[in-house]
Write a protein that binds this ligand. Structure first.
Ligand SMILES: [Ca+2]
Ligand SMILES: [Ca+2]
Length: 377
């Protein structure tokens, strides 16, 4: 299913998918042994105390957001269900015997209508690793683990993992190993095929989910079916494919946000002050593609009583952990001496030189000495 002539775009998306897989990996590795808990059941029965593990899992069911989707969290033979709200957001409380700590947690979402073709899945990792990542609030959010979002991309990723493992992922070992051999370009093209079938098939029979498959998960599992679908898209809808793929890559609910905030300084990037003057912090603002306006932290060591060049560092970090820093330079000097030049309409080059007294500051230059130096050149 190579789509020819799109090499550079594929490079971009490979980087993005590799980032995705990295995020998946960084959450892995629960505790040591890959215990197989199948059949161990939920109730403690050997007379020992049953320790319960508790975790709330929060995320979004989206392709476009899927209102009121049914969500099931499966941990071996146990399952926990809820319904997403009208925006596709869900929250599931899991409470389970600690013998399931090393079991793999899988999320499945289906459409709210009985005949819905929507089935999306996501592998999250071992329960123990999720509890660790969730932290003290015992709530696992999308910021903490991206794959709590159950999406076309998570579904394509899940199927790629299953193909690599040659079956369902039930142990941390197979979860880790199959991540290493995942086919990232297939993940993106399959995710795009799901989005085309769900969002673009109204009024276009070519794009409808082939009726040989029951739902979007089976669509990806049946490799022949999705390969045929994609080759039709490649021949007849290349432009649409490219645009939908781009939508996926720029939708931060579908692929991780890798774009850092942008900081703007209020005031000049270089400020000249005379010794003893007061440095007034002008501040800065930050905006982010996903989070909008963000706070900016300021680290400053300006000592206006001593000549020197000082850095004021402004830092903003988005909810995905992407960070930007910008530096303002503050120059404290006894005398400020700046030269500049411009060319007049008549073609003369005029050079200026500004020399300040010690009471000069950037807002209010007091002493200014202008001279014309070789004013006709
Ligand atoms: Ca948390
Ligand atoms: Ca961002």
């Amino acid at each position: 299913m190579e789509l020819s002539g799109k090499v550079s775009r594929h490079l971009d998306l490979s980087v993005k998918v590799i980032a995705l897989i990295f995020i998946l990996s960084s959450c892995g590795g629960g505790s040591g042994d890959s215990g197989d808990n199948a059949g161990s059941g939920g109730s403690g029965n050997s007379g020992s105390t049953v320790n319960l593990l508790s975790l709330t899992i929060e995320g979004l069911v989206t392709d476009d957001p899927i209102p009121n989707a049914n969500v099931t969290i499966t941990i071996d033979d146990q399952s926990f269900t809820t319904q997403a709200d009208e925006n596709g957001e869900y929250s599931v409380d899991v409470s389970i015997d600690d013998s399931y700590a090393d079991s793999i947690v899988k999320a499945t979402a289906t459409g709210s209508e009985a005949d819905s073709i929507i089935k999306l899945v996501s592998y999250l990792g071992t329960l123990a690793s999720l509890i660790e990542v969730a932290g003290d609030d015992e709530t696992l959010t999308t910021e903490e683990l991206f794959f709590t979002n159950i999406t076309n991309v998570s579904t394509a990723t899940a199927v790629a993992l299953e193909l690599a493992a040659d079956g369902e992922i039930t142990t941390d070992e197979s979860f880790q190993n199959s991540q290493a051999s995942i086919d990232t370009s297939a993940v993106m093209s399959n995710a795009t095929a799901i989005k085309l079938a769900l969002d673009y098939s109204d009024g276009n029979p070519d794009l409808i989910l082939p009726d040989i498959v029951a739902d979007t998960y089976e669509f990806v599992v049946e490799q022949d079916v999705i390969t045929d679908y994609l080759s039709l898209i490649e021949s007849n809808y290349a432009e649409l494919y490219a645009s939908v793929e781009n939508d996926i890559l720029t939708d931060t609910n579908l692929t991780p946000d890798t774009i850092a905030p942008v900081i703007s300084l209020t005031g000049e990037a270089i400020i000249y002050l005379s010794v003893g003057a007061t440095y007034t912090e002008g501040g800065a603002s930050a905006t982010d593609n996903k989070d909008g306006t963000l706070p900016v932290s300021i680290s400053s060591a300006v000592d206006a009583s001593a000549p020197g060049e000082y850095a004021v560092t402004y830092t903003a970090t988005d909810s995905s952990g992407n960070s930007t820093s910008l530096v303002r330079t503050v120059i404290i000097a006894d005398v400020i001496d700046v030269t500049a030049s411009h060319t007049t309409e008549a073609g003369y080059t005029v050079r200026y030189r500004y020399i300040s007294s010690s009471s000069w500051d950037s807002e209010q230059p007091r002493g200014m000495y202008v001279y014309l130096h070789g004013n006709i050149s």
